[in-house]
Each structure stands twice: as C-alpha cells, then as structure tokens.
Design a protein around this ligand. Structure first.
Ligand code: ZN
Length: 154
C-alpha cells in the first residue's frame, strides 16, 4: 500500500466528472487500499479517487464504524435535512455549514463488483453525500446553507 498525494483546491481535476468503473481487477484493489491508507494518514472520514488524481467513481469512507468501499455509488433515497459544519481534505484549513439530507441510502458495488446497500445518518450521511459529490466535480462549498460562508479554521 502507498500514500498518494491529495489534490487541493487549485487543481482543476477536482471539477471533473469521474468515469464508472467497468473492470474489477488488481488495479482497483490497489487504488482502494491506497485510498484508505491516504485517508487514515490525513485523518479524514472520506476520500474520493479524484482527490488522488484518478477520475474513477471510487470512494472510501470511515466514520468510526469501519471501512466502507464504494464503487460506482448512487444515492437512491434521501430524508430530512441537516446543517452542520463540514470540511474537505482537498480544501485544507477551511470549513463551512452545508445543507445535506439527514439520512441517505446508497447502492454501490464492492471491490468484487457485487452490489451492496448502505444507509447513513448524520455524519455518515454527510460523508456519503460529500464523497459522491466529488465524483461529479462538486465540492462542499457548492452546498453551503443559506447565509453561510466558508470560514478559515483557527
Ligand atoms: Zn472532500
């Protein structure tokens, strides 16, 4: 496994749309392993492949309940609303209050290509939405709640 470089705000790749994964091979496994290691090193709760410069629809999340690997994820259902401060490993030193669903359901493939269903509330729901947004070039600063601005962390 290897730590990969996390791309930051000024890198135009963050605004690009990632392509679906069609081949479930060793390269995908290596990417997933490297992404998890990179996320843990950076002390984040989620990371999308585009953040390490790979335009594929691949996400890792760990909000404290174990590692979740999402390949070709799709949000299938949302409920409620939450407004909580959120940050991003690609936008270091900043945070902002976003408007997100309180609960989301997600379907995604695992590293073997099998479809799995996930449900997330609170932080986990935010992480699912935040990371899946990355796959379409969307950053949390595009999801700020009304009257909220990005603030520099102290
Ligand atoms: Zn992010």
């Amino acid at each position: 496994m290897a730590i990969r470089t996390i791309r930051t705000q000024e890198d135009p790749i963050l605004r690009k749309t990632s392509r679906r994964v069609e081949v479930f091979d060793d390269r995908l496994c290596t990417l997933l392993d490297d992404m998890a290691e990179t996320m843990y090193k950076a002390e984040g709760v989620g990371l999308a492949a585009v953040q390490v410069g790979v335009l594929r629809r691949v996400v890792v999340i760990n909000t404290g309940e174990g590692l979740i690997e999402l390949v070709n994820p799709e949000i299938t259902e949302t409920q409620g609303e939450q407004r909580v401060s959120e940050g991003c490993l690609s936008l270091p030193g900043q945070s902002g209050v976003t408007k997100r669903p309180a609960t989301v359901k997600v379907k995604a493939q695992n590293r073997n290509g099998n479809w799995c269903l996930y449900k997330g509330e609170d932080l986990k729901a935010r992480a699912f939405c935040h990371e899946i947004d990355h796959l379409d070039g969307i950053l949390y600063i595009d999801r700020l709640a009304a009257n909220e601005t990005v603030e520099l962390d102290k």
